[in-house]
Design a protein around this ligand. Structure first.
Ligand SMILES: [Zn+2]
Ligand SMILES: [Zn+2]
Length: 224
């Protein structure tokens, strides 16, 4: 029997869900909702359909489509799956807003290192020791501190998906610039923006860790 949400979204049930494919992909995925939104707008205009027409096809409101296209929120996993069917695009491409080969790495994600440029805010990752320079300076890999109970991000199981949120400040002066899910085999980096609340939906991972970077307090991790 179809559950309510899959009936609402008009998705077919079956084992060949594209989302499964994405999260079995070994490697590093970057999620940038601003880029994702631009890509959705581009693909929709190429098809010659309105926001409302796209919304109807994937059973969401046109407000939701407009929100995504403005980069003001990322489609949830069911919507991403529906969008990839409508556009005939891989979910990984949608999430990263077009694949940037430089950002697609393979290797042991346990060794994934994070570098942040304090001048321009660039986030750079590497799976092996690398000479990373940005804005004319050599960057050191960041050491992640284990988050204390009060610093932890809130992780909720919302029926088959994990909902990550936090009441950490999100102002231009002090905010979380990214949250990454890291396991042995894969890593997904969710880029965050100041003045937008931290809210991320991801598949229901049962192990691995979350790694995030605060502009004032540095790199933290917590185990799932
Ligand atoms: Zn820089
Ligand atoms: Zn902080």
């Amino acid at each position: 029997m179809l559950n309510k949400s899959s009936t609402k979204r008009g998705l077919t049930t079956g084992s060949k869900s594209p989302i499964i494919k994405l999260y079995q992909t070994k490697g590093l995925i970057w999620v940038d909702q601003v880029k994702t939104g631009k890509l959705i707008r581009q693909l929709r205009t190429q098809m010659g359909i309105t926001q409302k027409e796209l919304a109807d096809r994937i059973c969401v409101s046109d407000k939701a489509v407009s929100k995504w296209e403005c980069g003001n929120g990322c489609p949830d996993i069911a919507s991403l799956s529906a969008l990839s069917e409508v556009f005939g695009t891989d979910i990984g491409v949608l999430l990263s807003g077009g694949i940037d080969k430089k950002e697609t790495e393979k290797g042991n994600m346990k060794k994934l290192k994070f570098y942040v440029c304090s001048t321009c805010g660039n986030i750079i990752t590497a799976t092996s020791d690398a000479d990373i320079t940005c804005c004319g300076r050599r960057l050191e890999a960041l050491e992640a501190k284990k988050a204390a109970e009060s610093e932890k991000l809130s992780v909720q199981d919302i029926g088959g998906e994990l909902f990550i949120s936090s009441d950490h400040p999100m102002t231009k002066e002090h905010y979380i610039t990214f949250v990454a899910y890291v396991s042995d085999a894969s890593a997904t980096v969710f880029k965050q923006y100041p003045e937008w609340g931290l809210q991320i939906t991801m598949p229901l991972y049962r192990w691995g860790k979350l790694v995030w970077y605060c502009t004032e307090h540095g790199l933290f991790y917590q185990d799932l």
